[in-house]
Ligand binder design. Sequence first.
Ligand code: FE2
Ligand code: FE2
Length: 315
Amino acid sequence: MELKSRREQLEPALARVARADLRELGDIRIDDVLLFIDRGLENMPSYMDLYRRWESQQWAVSDLDFGPDRENWLSASQLDKDATLWGRRLFFTGEERVTATLAPFVWAAPTPEIEVFLSTQMVDEARHTVFFDRWWREVVQTEAPDMRSLLEQVRPDVNEGYNTLFYERLPGIAQRMASDPRDLDAFIEGITIYHIVVEATLALTGQRFELESMRELGFTHFGFYQGFTAVARDESRHVNFGIKVLQEAVRQDPERFAPLIQRTLIECLPLISGTLEPPDPRYFTEFGRSHEELLQFAMTSLNKRLHAIGINLAA
Ligand SMILES: [Fe+2]
Ligand SMILES: [Fe+2]
């Protein structure tokens, strides 16, 4: 009874997020976008539901206006700029890395519905990469002849966990699928790293705190706020998808897949903490946040998702 009335209360907020265009996304809170994942845990959408959600939630990087972002950038303090750049370097490089490594997942997809959904995700990740490229060129105005040289300039050099995750684990598992697309263990390990560790735990945590800080500062009319909220809405579909794949795998063969997912997560846990740690604690404290607070949020989110998948990390 209580659950039903809570769900009824949520419906208008969810419907608003589902339909919002870029300008309307400026009025939407990230926590309302994340509700999609929690609702998905109670009432899992099908792969084709997620595909249809993708069709109706299209947006274009070229529709964003970075004018207010640029104006603010010119008057920002050096500490504000350093803190912003640290987070966005992780994101920009991360979006490019997940774009580069997704194709083998499509090849290894065990069903046509999964193949179709993953193909929509490839387009999303490419769009997210272009979003950051445009922000850099128009707001920071870094000089670079092409995307490769810009990415080389901004590649994060301080977070060891990040390097291991994005330059070893992710390409490594993608290569295993490329070498043998019928390797279902590789596919399940890949979804655990990509959709649960990188997207559900790292990306959505970073997005939530960045967007909430921008909202507190009154920056919701910025092109970055609107675009990044659209990115988070895309990520909520990807995370729903990843949870569904792993939930089905665990139901189908718990003895084979539950330990595989658990082992992968335990290996990745130190990398999560290592990625969320800023080189200067003021990058968080200046905005009223702390490393512990982000880590706590990341772990709470992770545990909720693991509960839906049907495993825990206690083993
Ligand atoms: Fe993305
Ligand atoms: Fe994603």
